[in-house]
Design a protein around this ligand. Structure first.
Ligand SMILES: Cc1ncc(C[n+]2csc(CCOP(=O)(O)OP(=O)(O)O)c2C)c(N)n1
Ligand SMILES: [Mg+2]
Length: 445
């Protein structure tokens, strides 16, 4: 080892910048089927190797191998494929809608669909999910209608967030899915708190939460792990390592010296690294962690190794900071392709069935969009009642807000009186607004 006369500062290096060839040699892989599956009640300190190895079930040919093979029914696998494909087609259409100026912002999950879909399917409906903004697959797998998600993206009269949130920060009213926060990593301590409460109440439910590897640099990540460890909370903490936090390479969040999963054992929590693009491996590892939580063996930190195939969001341009077409060179492939290939090898799927499914789901996305736009678009009414912005924060509205609301109402009726009847105003004319709760407008109404 070379000795320096002085200390030196190490700067992590992204594998390849624009103009360079993609290079994923830094990603530590294990062969499919090679990692042992310990008992669900194994102590965290006895299974530390799981946090550096990589659990994989699907091999390069598309066969399921090794001790983590979850032996799911083909029908279950087909449902998983359907949810993943719907997630991708929904994402593609919403991306195009943003480019066409129909919504203001969007975030895709291209290449990461197995994370949300397989994990959701491995959990029970009563388990509480605390997602990030890149977990739309959870909403889809939990049965939230596309129309509901689209109305949130449009901030229209049926918007579940009543126009108060950035598009994709869903707050689904059903499905046991917690509201999404743009403040990174807040969901981690919240999930641990929820899990602690479930344990205190003697319930059988667990909590699961997802953050990006970049967000693991937030203090909330560490608070969550400590609380989860001390109280052995029934929680599954997922770090989705898609290698990038906007333009910042994962090495800057600490992934260069040690895996993210290895932070688990540091806190006395089981840590496990899994191929995030392998539907079967993600399912099996989540099922294992869920059983640990439900049998009192405590929390698990799962690192899902994957790749962010698209830009961070519609506001980002990855051509500025990473190698062109690098997604095609990602060594763990594409989750949809891999599950499709596996089902074909089982004799339970075909190219023709795949195309028919894609056409069916595309039609669902199109018809859902048509229905959603009937509740209002960015340019056409009906519009949310502006009064809504003053509600739901205080039980009794403080005086200063009452004053502001009165001012706004006066301004609105003044501009409504002076404006020609057809002129577009920032707020719809009082009396014609439709509130989020009272809206029952249906397609074409
Ligand atoms: C507390 C906080 N800091 C910074 C941001 C700005 N920000 C939004 S997304 C993002 C990158 C997050 O990357 P990662 O956690 O890896 O998740 P990914 O987007 O890759 O899914 C940043 C820095 C924020 N929203 N909240
Ligand atoms: Mg990331």
């Amino acid at each position: 080892m070379r000795m320096n006369k002085h200390s030196r500062l190490h700067l992590p290096h992204p594998p390849a910048r624009p103009g360079e060839a993609p290079d994923f040699s830094y990603v530590q892989l294990s062969p499919a089927g090679a990692v042992p599956r310990p008992d669900v009640n194994a102590r965290a300190r006895d299974i530390e190797s799981l946090s550096v190895d990589l659990v994989r079930v699907l091999d390069d040919a598309g066969d399921a191998v090794g001790p983590w093979h979850p032996h799911l029914d083909p029908a279950e696998l087909q449902i998983g494929l359907r949810h993943m494909l719907l997630t991708r087609l929904f994402d593609d259409r919403m991306q195009r809608n943003q480019r066409a100026g129909k919504i203001s912002f969007y975030i895709r999950s291209l290449g990461e669909e197995a994370v949300s879909v397989a994990q959701c399917m491995a959990l029970r409906p009563g388990d509480m999910l605390f997602p990030s903004y890149r977990n739309q697959g959870l909403q889809i797998a939990r049965g939230i209608a596309l129309v509901e998600l689209m109305c949130q993206l449009l901030s229209n009269t049926r918007d579940m967030c009543k126009g108060r949130q950035l598009p994709v920060m869903y707050h689904s009213k059903a499905g046991n899915i917690f509201s999404i926060s743009g403040n990174l990593a807040t969901q981690f301590p919240q999930a641990v708190g929820w899990a602690m409460a479930a344990a205190i109440k003697g319930e059988d439910h667990l909590a699961a939460s997802w953050i990006g590897e970049g967000s693991s640099a937030e203090a909330d990540f560490h608070h969550a792990l400590l609380f989860a460890s001390v109280y052995q909370a029934p929680v599954i903490l997922n770090v989705v390592n898609n290698q990038w936090a906007i333009s910042t390479f994962q090495g800057y969040a600490g992934g260069e010296q040690r895996s993210f999963a290895a932070r688990g054992p540091g806190y006395g929590i089981a840590g496990i690294r899994v191929d995030g693009n392998d539907f079967l491996a993600v399912y099996a590892v989540t099922q294992w962690a869920a059983e640990r939580a439900r049998t009192g063996a405590g929390p698990t930190l799962i690192e899902l190794v994957t790749y962010r195939g698209a830009a961070h969001s519609t506001s980002d341009d990855p051509a500025r900071y990473r190698a062109r077409n690098d997604h095609e060179h990602w060594p763990l492939g594409d989750p949809i392709q891999r599950l499709k290939q596996h089902l074909i090898r089982l004799g339970e799927w075909s190219e023709a069935r795949h195309q028919a499914l894609a056409a069916e789901l595309e039609a669902l996305v199109v018809s859902s969009w048509k229905e959603a736009t009937g509740f209002g678009t960015m340019t056409e009414g009906p519009r949310l009642n502006a009064d809504l912005m003053f509600e739901d924060v205080f039980k009794e509205m403080p005086e200063h807000l009452q004053k502001q609301r009165a001012l706004m109402r006066a301004e609105r009726s003044r501009s409504a009186d002076s404006a020609p009847p057809s002129a577009a105003t920032p707020f719809a004319k009082a009396g014609t607004d439709v509130s989020a709760e009272t809206s029952t407008r249906s397609e074409g109404a």
